[in-house]
Design a protein around this ligand. Structure first.
Ligand code: PAF
Length: 290
């Protein structure tokens, strides 16, 4: 595995790979790698000849009161994990390397952002779209891999790729979970022991909601109420949102008769957890290329 710190070196390598007709799989991350990330890396190996992973805690997607400084970082462990998963190139640029301060154009995401996490994180997805636009160009990826845990991110990236005709295919990979169902996340380390036990009720609530839909319930308001009550009953977390929207367009749903996402965000003392489930009236949707 080769560690790359500069854009110059990365573009030189990706240029050579393209000339050699190699296909490139890309997993963008902010590091502190866990099984959610390594699942994406392993998937990439089944799609493409070469695997590039980036580790970059992107300041532009954090709000002024968010956890940019506090975001967990562990370069050495990340390098070991990446090497164990046969990463060919690990791109770890500095903030100055990615943002030398010469921007002439600003990206602003106009759709799919005024709901779910986007509602309470203004400009977050502008930052995500900006860094991914740069990374897609630099890596020249044929395939890019995202976890469906951040389903709104998948929906926005799909919008970005479709809008600007990026020649990259998005592979959406189901959320990786702990044995008890909690979605894996770098932020889980901030949960107290008691909160960690309560956190499993987010996914349990989503599964109950999915069952209601499979059983024929079509009223999203009713389902959202039940999910809220369930989470309030089983946790001390503060619900940020429980929502049901079309996926991936993230439009409001009056009556459930199409593919939808049920998404929740709950604030615990030091960690805000999100989770979701994508459902069709007949059952869960398996995802690959979107
Ligand atoms: O999901 C993340 O870790 C980040 O939003 C991403 C895609 C690496 C962009 O910074």
């Amino acid at each position: 595995m080769k560690i790359i710190r500069t854009i110059e070196e990365l573009t030189s390598i990706t240029g050579q790979l393209k000339e050699a007709n190699k296909t490139i799989g890309f997993v963008p991350t902010m590091g502190y790698l866990h099984e959610g990330h390594t699942t994406l890396m392993d998937q990439s190996k089944t799609y493409a000849d070469i695997l590039i992973v980036s580790i970059f805690v992107n300041p532009r997607q954090f709000g002024p009161n968010e956890d940019f400084e506090r975001y967990p970082r562990d370069e050495k462990t990340d390098q070991t994990i990446a090497a164990e998963h046969d990463v060919d190139y690990l791109f770890m640029p500095s903030v100055d390397e990615m943002y030398p301060g010469n921007d002439v154009v600003t990206l602003h995401v106009t759709d799919r952002v005024d709901v779910l996490c986007g509602k309470s994180r203004p400009n977050h997805f502008d930052g995500v779209a900006t860094v991914l636009t740069k990374l897609f160009h630099l890596t020249r990826a044929d395939y890019v891999f995202f976890g469906l845990k951040d389903a709104q991110q998948v929906a926005v990236v799909k919008g970005l790729v479709d809008t600007f005709n990026f020649p990259v295919k998005i592979i959406a990979v189901p959320t990786v979970r702990e044995v008890d169902g909690l979605a894996k996340s770098s932020r889980n380390v901030y949960l107290s022991d008691k909160e960690r036990q309560e956190a499993i009720y987010l996914f349990k609530a989503l599964k109950e909601a999915k069952q209601l839909i499979i059983d024929g319930e079509k009223n999203p308001v009713m389902i959202k109420e039940k999910v809220k009550k369930y989470i309030e009953h089983h946790t001390n977390g503060k619900i940020d949102y429980v929502d049901i929207l079309t996926f991936p367009s993230l439009d409001t749903v009056e009556k459930i008769n199409q593919q939808i996402i049920i998404a929740v965000a709950v604030q615990f003392t030091k960690a805000r957890l999100i989770d979701n489930i994508i459902v069709e009236p007949s059952g869960t949707v398996p995802y690959a290329i979107i």
